[in-house]
Design a protein around this ligand. Structure first.
Ligand code: FES
Length: 124
């Protein structure tokens, strides 16, 4: 088995609430450990590296809180960049491109994330 293609349990599906608090986890990326987060938007479980594309900083304004007041966009607390929740694409503010997406699998009972064969900085 390829270690880079392993699904790892993250949480119960019911614990990833629609537009609720994110669930944080750690991923190995570019030779270092980084924080990542999973959210649910319009029923879809999504996960991203917790690193803004404006300045490489973690984005949550409180631990595991990324939503704007209307719970429409994912926000960076530092300068207000806004990202599309289901794609991670920058929609407004000083962000330069999309968040780095992490593969998730939600079978209705459990959510898993996949170690990233594609977590390669050359993709940016
Ligand atoms: S660091 Fe995120 S908007 Fe500036």
């Amino acid at each position: 088995m390829d270690i880079n293609d392993t699904w790892i349990w993250l949480c119960k599906s019911r614990d990833l609430l629609e537009r609720g608090a994110a669930i944080a986890f750690d991923v190995a990326y570019a030779g270092r450990w980084m924080r990542a987060f999973a959210i649910r938007f319009e029923g879809q479980a999504c996960a991203y590296l917790n690193e803004c594309t404006h300045v490489p900083m973690e984005m949550d304004w409180q631990p595991n809180q990324f939503w704007d007041h209307q719970k429409r966009w994912l926000l960076c607390a530092t300068h207000g960049a806004a990202y599309q929740p289901n794609t991670g694409q920058c929609v407004m503010g000083p962000c330069k491109r999309g968040l780095k997406k992490i593969d998730l699998k939600d079978d209705g009972e459990n959510v898993f994330w996949r170690t990233q064969y594609n977590l390669n900085p050359a993709e940016f």
